[in-house]
Design a protein around this ligand. Structure first.
Ligand code: SF4
Ligand code: SF4
Length: 598
């Protein structure tokens, strides 16, 4: 009904069906012990699919040799070694043929335990030792064992596997294999990632180009192990290079070596630069020792929203900017990455965020605003035994990180997950309530004071500065926070539009990059001082520039132009920098008669 012509039942690489074939030791199971039982699942599944949908092609990718000693491997001799013995795999194929198997792809090994058996490579993934054999030995084993299957069943089209290591020579070997009756067809996995038009080149040019072939580096496998989507990192680098690096940066082996690199400074400059003075070397070293509980305890002591902060803090101007390794080797310790890993793993493992005192103090505190400040305050109050009601005009807590900061930096689900974890116990024991009520005309401050013993105001900074010299505010002019809130999670909302962003802070950078992501044709960032005075931190500026935001520095927005009440342009004047003003930055001075309409 879904339009497929065939089904390939994966019975290879020691995933479920393949593993059952070697379940010799599970003698009491319907799917273990005897050959009949071990192969029952595949045979019965294939037969049942055939029965239900007779027109469907039913085939399988079958491990004919696990290279794991008996009694845990299929297709191996029963002498405790790993020598192949294909008598059982051949018997299974015979029975599958009787069920109508029209084509077979044979494979071997397990990609986690002995990946060199199924896909010979030059470089293993992280954590695996290089195999004790040359990759050509692996290629030869694949060819000859699959050849035994083909020769046993000459009328069955058998697809050979494991040719990618041969790079651009693979068609020559494949031709020899087919000519000698060792396979009917040859398939490529990694080779096809690296060189998707290899067959076209082969047909049109009679050969493959070495510079387009797979180099058997295993980076495509590494992306999978690190949790990403796989593809060729070498030949499709623009797409998979950033993904490979992004996942590598947070892989446990990389974070552990970051922890090793940390000096455990006695008077840590990173800690000094952290606004809440987290014991950074403390949690880094606890993580390195594998003591997740202690590492999380250190984080929770001062920063209940550690995961959120690790994702949104401007660390390059805070902790990581101050790290001694930054000054010595231009490469700070990955503090935020380690912090995120600890907080995320602690949450996923259900570690308690903080201990709730048995007895309540009986005091009830109103926390107005469920953004980071309000949430942090609520956590500290709960730790001290007070009861808390969190008020926010939004339906869910999380504040700007949940509703405004772009998804690229933090997902709303991440914010919600950390908050849920943080307050799970307090909610269960009735110490915390959440109410969708804001500080407004119906609920002024006295309303809260009458009902609580204390009130904390964590309402944030919800207002942006309007253009002071503007004579009008036509439709199309929007403040940055409502712009970001409106576009959070949207797709293609600004296709073809031209956007001007006024200002040079972090929010302006977010607005500019989000506008581009939403399909804006051109985005101009208009800033009246120079790059040196720009408040957005350098990484944010770089990100916006690399995305293609046009920076108009030394440019002062003065007014808007409009037609029928709709924005048509921005009046901009050139500036020169004068002496420093009260902010300590050089004052922009408008150049007379330099204005133009953008
Ligand atoms: S990343 Fe590319 S070159 Fe490296 S093994 Fe995978 S397909 Fe081959
Ligand atoms: S300054 Fe750097 S090296 Fe020193 S404790 Fe902090 S993270 Fe470690």
């Amino acid at each position: 009904e879904a339009g497929f012509d065939g089904v390939d039942i994966k019975a290879c690489h020691r995933y479920l069906v393949s593993e059952l074939h070697a379940s010799f030791t599970r003698e009491n199971s319907k799917y273990g012990g005897s050959f009949e039982n071990r192969t029952r699942f595949l045979r019965e599944t294939a037969a049942k699919i055939r029965r239900e949908v007779p027109s469907l092609i039913v085939t399988t990718r079958l491990n004919i040799y696990d290279a794991i000693p008996y009694p845990y491997g299929f297709g191996v001799a029963r002498d405790g070694g790993t020598a192949p013995d294909l008598s059982e795999p051949l018997q299974l194929i015979r029975e599958l043929l009787a069920l109508g198997l029209p084509i077979l792809n044979a494979s071997m090994g397990n990609p986690y335990f002995n990946p060199h058996v199924g896909r010979p490579y030059d470089q293993p993934i992280v954590g695996l030792n290089p195999p004790q054999e040359h990759p050509l030995e692996g290629v030869a084993r694949l060819i000859h064992l699959i050849g035994q299957v083909q020769r046993a069943f000459p009328d069955l089209p058998v697809v050979g596997t494991g040719y990618s290591w041969l790079r651009h020579y693979f068609p020559l070997v494949a031709a020899g294999v087919v000519e000698r009756g060792l396979a009917t067809l040859v398939g490529q996995g990694r080779g096809a990632f690296a060189y998707p038009d290899s067959v076209k080149d082969l047909i049109e040019k009679g050969k493959l180009e070495p510079r387009k072939a797979c180099v058997a580096c295993s980076a495509c496998t590494q992306i999978m192990r690190d949790g990403g989507q796989t593809g060729c990192v070498i030949r499709d680098n623009e797409i998979y290079g950033p993904q490979y690096r992004r996942h590598r940066r947070v892989a446990p082996d990389v974070l552990l070596s970051e922890s090793d690199r940390c000096w455990d400074c006695a008077f840590a400059m990173c800690q000094e630069a952290c606004p809440v003075h987290l014991d950074i070397p403390g949690f880094i070293k606890a993580y390195g020792r594998g003591d997740l509980e202690r590492a999380y305890e250190i984080l929770m002591d001062r920063n209940p929203l550690s995961e959120v902060c690790a994702l949104v803090c401007p660390v390059e101007v805070l902790c990581e900017g101050a790290c001694v390794e930054n000054l010595l080797n231009l490469q700070p310790i990955g503090i935020a990455r380690i912090q995120r890993a600890i907080a995320k793993e602690a949450r996923e493992r259900g570690l308690q965020a903080f201990e709730l005192p048995h007895e309540s103090t009986g005091h009830h505190v109103a926390v107005i605003g469920a953004g980071p400040a309000g949430l942090a305050c609520a956590a500290q109050l709960l730790k001290r035994g007070h009861r808390v009601t969190l008020y926010d005009r939004e339906a869910a807590p999380g504040g700007l990180p949940r509703t405004v900061i772009p998804d690229e930096r933090i997902l709303p689900e991440t914010v919600q997950a950390e908050i849920r974890h943080l307050f799970a116990e307090a909610e269960t024991f009735g110490r915390l309530d959440l109410k969708q009520t804001g500080l407004d005309a119906d609920h002024p401050l006295p309303w809260f004071r009458e009902r609580h013993d204390a009130v904390f105001l964590g309402v944030g900074l919800p207002f942006t500065t309007p253009l002071p010299t503007a004579t009008q505010r036509p439709a199309g002019v929007e403040d940055a926070l409502s712009f970001l809130r409106r576009l959070k999670g949207a797709r293609g909302a600004l296709r073809g539009v031209t956007v001007a962003v006024l200002g040079g802070g972090a929010t302006a950078m977010d607005a500019a990059t989000v506008a581009l992501e939403q399909g804006a044709r051109d985005v101009y960032l208009i800033y009246r001082r120079s790059l040196a005075e720009m408040p957005a931190w350098p990484a944010e500026q770089k990100r916006a520039l690399e995305r293609g935001v046009h920076f108009l520095i030394l440019s002062q927005p003065l007014d808007y132009t409009s037609e029928n009440g709709r924005l048509t342009g921005v009046v901009v004047a050139r500036t020169l920098l004068g002496p420093p003003d009260a902010s300590g930055r050089r004052r922009p001075e408008v150049v007379p008669d330099s204005s133009f309409v953008l």
